[in-house]
Design a protein. Sequence first.
Length: 174
Amino acid sequence: MSWGPIHIVQRFQDPEAIRPERVVLVGAASVSTKPGRVQAYRWLGGKLPIDATQERVYEAVRGIIDIENTLAIGEHFGIWPAECFVVEADMPADTFGVLVMADNDKKTDDSTLECQLGFSPGRMRRDIAAIAAALAIDGADARVPFDDKLATPLPSNAKFMRTRFVQVAAEDGS
């Protein structure tokens, strides 16, 4: 699935939807701290306070696609199976733009991209595929490292409205 959190919830709520015993979500980390790193988590769930959930739903309907919002919203609506895993790729915010420019310049070999990005996109893709496949096939018994993730330690959302007005005098003093 490549849709936002609300669409994923609606898909799983469809009475005719296939309800898997295990889900592996793959996405980009919301904050880049170690570009190129691929990390896995087992979702243990937990309910957020209703106002925190509502903030995440608000972000989702505004078009923000965030793996942690997807987890929290899915948890609220009870769509996740007993085994739910996340595979996150850590990429700086400008990665997509760098890749588009590299494609325009026909400089898309992995070594060139690694010099530009500071990590190997090829290695990252291989890591994502290997970790996601292992978790999909073997779940918690997979021979890949993963941490547990709960709803309570999710990072708080930035406020949507942060506009501040400053009155500046015109050059003529008015």
